[in-house]
Design a protein around this ligand. Structure first.
Ligand code: BES
Ligand code: ZN
Ligand code: ZN
Length: 493
């Protein structure tokens, strides 16, 4: 879908439909009051994300609790999702501002529209193109506020680019595992490197072995698809900071010999969500031309079973020499990340190191399906990430705090560390603490870990997200990086 900002009054714009966001539940606003009776008769109460189409009047109403981004974004997405299946080719709406000088609402509105228009129907034989192609945004403001047109255009553009990067990530994650394995991940990475002008490097199995990334190789061993380690970099001139992103790219996680029960294996094509988010973030930062150097590292691996599979009881030696006792082959993401984290730290001296992974079911149990778990040693960076998520991007995130007692639960009697903890409690945190083991001392305060196991893939639509892949992590990390660009002091405190 295309979004066009038009410097005309709403009534002077021709379109098939008009979208009205209802903030005032009494329906007394000028845009709404003449439809008050019809809306009430139709039982429309203006709740958040509630949509009502009045086909005869060519009006589409959606409820939003406020003009805040976190409400407008899902409201607009929900409305667009309803309109997408109808006969309308174009839709128009007003400009909405919460304050005269704040364009955040407009960015959220644009994001909501592009995110709501997302569809994954590549595998439907009779997929029908949605008719809806254009959203026109009038410069007429909802409460007759004066508008700064160029600021609004910029905000819309940022929203569009960010949301496109999210949709790009959703497409990757939704692709079935037989059509998306490590080699394909590397190909997609190469494609965006070409189109965005990024530097690109990929390690094949031989080169991975040469780098002594034996934990990753063990996880990959039983698969017929060889692993890849991917490194993309976006290097603007005079960057204000350097960020390394490390993504878990398990193109499939069967659990390995500690095989997942059938019901838990379904949806494990989404175990590549962290790596896919890294690709989306790189696309976003380069399109937004942010003055931050960003490196993306992805461990692309398939975790399978077979005669040569790695086993519970094996002891692996990671790239940094740490020996790991394997007690569960389904805790494979941390093994892959251990090596890729070591590699990333060797390759790039970054101010911020952020890993993104669908790491644990425990995180989903703890905070629910819709929320990202954020962990790290540096509370300031954790808090910055939580702000970027919850306030700026509309992704929900919460902190899961480390502690020294949980750290002890990863002790192994025969190796340096065990890949699972000896307690069944706190599994998201112990997984984060396992990763911390592979962060160099000088980087311990620069690193944070994002567990996106819940929100990355949800099998129903929620807010601005469709059923299936959501593109979790892309918006919040992009916002985090944007914020670094606007801060003078970039060195991690
Ligand atoms: N990929 C899974 C985690 C996961 C679970 C992602 C649910 C998305 C939804 C991960 O590799 C895994 O299997 N983790 C195990 C760890 C356990 C064996 C310590 C888990 O969470 O059960
Ligand atoms: Zn697993
Ligand atoms: Zn996994």
């Amino acid at each position: 879908m295309k979004i066009e900002f038009i410097d005309k009054k709403l009534e002077d714009i021709n379109s098939d439909l008009e979208l009205i966001v209802v903030i005032d539940k009494n329906f007394d606003h000028d845009f709404v009051k003449s439809y008050k009776d019809v809306l009430q008769e139709a039982n429309f109460s203006g709740e958040q994300d509630e949509v009502m189409l009045l086909a005869e009047s060519k009006k589409l109403f959606v409820g939003s609790e406020s003009l805040k981004s976190k409400d407008i974004r899902p409201a607009v997405a929900s409305a667009i999702r309803v309109a997408l299946d109808k006969k309308y080719a174009s839709i128009k709406m007003a400009t909405y501002l919460s304050h005269q000088k704040c364009t955040a609402t407009m960015r959220a509105l644009a994001e909501g529209a592009i995110l709501g228009a997302y569809r994954y129907d590549r595998y439907k034989s009779k997929s029908k193109e949605p008719k809806l192609k254009e959203l026109y945004i009038s410069s007429q403001e909802y409460n007759s506020k004066e508008v700064d047109k160029s600021a609004i255009k910029r905000a819309i553009n940022k929203g569009v680019e960010t949301a496109r990067a999210v949709n790009f990530t959703r497409d990757i994650v939704n692709t079935p595992p037989d059509d998306f394995y490590p080699k394909i991940m590397a190909r997609v990475a190469k494609d965006i490197a070409k189109s965005e002008g990024l530097e690109y490097e990929v390690l094949t199995k031989k080169e991975i072995a040469h780098e002594k990334m034996n934990a990753l190789l063990s996880v990959a061993r039983a698969s017929s698809h060889a692993p890849r380690v991917i490194h993309l970099s976006y290097k603007p001139k005079n960057p204000k900071a350097v960020v390394s992103l490390i993504g878990k790219g398990l193109t499939y996680d069967s659990g390995g010999l500690s095989l997942k029960p059938s019901d838990f294996m379904v949806t494990m094509k989404s175990d590549k969500s962290g790596g896919s988010a890294v690709l989306g973030i790189l696309q976003a930062v380069s399109r937004l031309k942010l003055p931050i150097e960003v490196h993306g590292f992805i461990g692309a691996v398939e975790n399978m079973i077979g005669g040569n599979a790695y086993k519970p009881d094996d002891v692996l030696r990671a790239k940094n020499g740490t020996t790991i006792e394997v007690r569960n082959t389904d805790a494979e993401g941390r093994l892959v990340l251990a090596d890729v984290l070591c590699y990333a730290q060797e390759k790039v001296e970054a101010n911020y190191i952020i890993d993104i992974a669908t790491l644990t079911g425990a995180c989903v149990v703890g905070v629910g399906q819709y929320t990202v778990g954020v962990m790290g040693n540096n509370q300031k960076i954790v808090d910055k990430m939580l702000y970027a998520a919850n306030v700026a991007s509309g992704e929900m995130a919460t902190n899961l705090p480390f502690n020294r007692y949980l750290k002890k639960t990863l002790k192994s009697s025969i190796a340096d560390i065990c890949n699972i903890s000896n307690t069944r409690y706190g599994g998201a945190i112990t997984a984060g603490l396992f990763l911390e083991h592979f962060i160099k001392d000088e980087n311990k305060q620069k690193w944070i870990h994002l567990d996106i196991a819940g929100p990355a893939f949800v099998e129903h639509a929620w807010g601005e997200n469709p059923s299936g892949a959501s593109g979790a992590g892309v918006r919040m990390v992009t916002r985090f990086i944007e914020k670094l660009a606007s801060n003078e002091h970039h060195i991690s405190e």
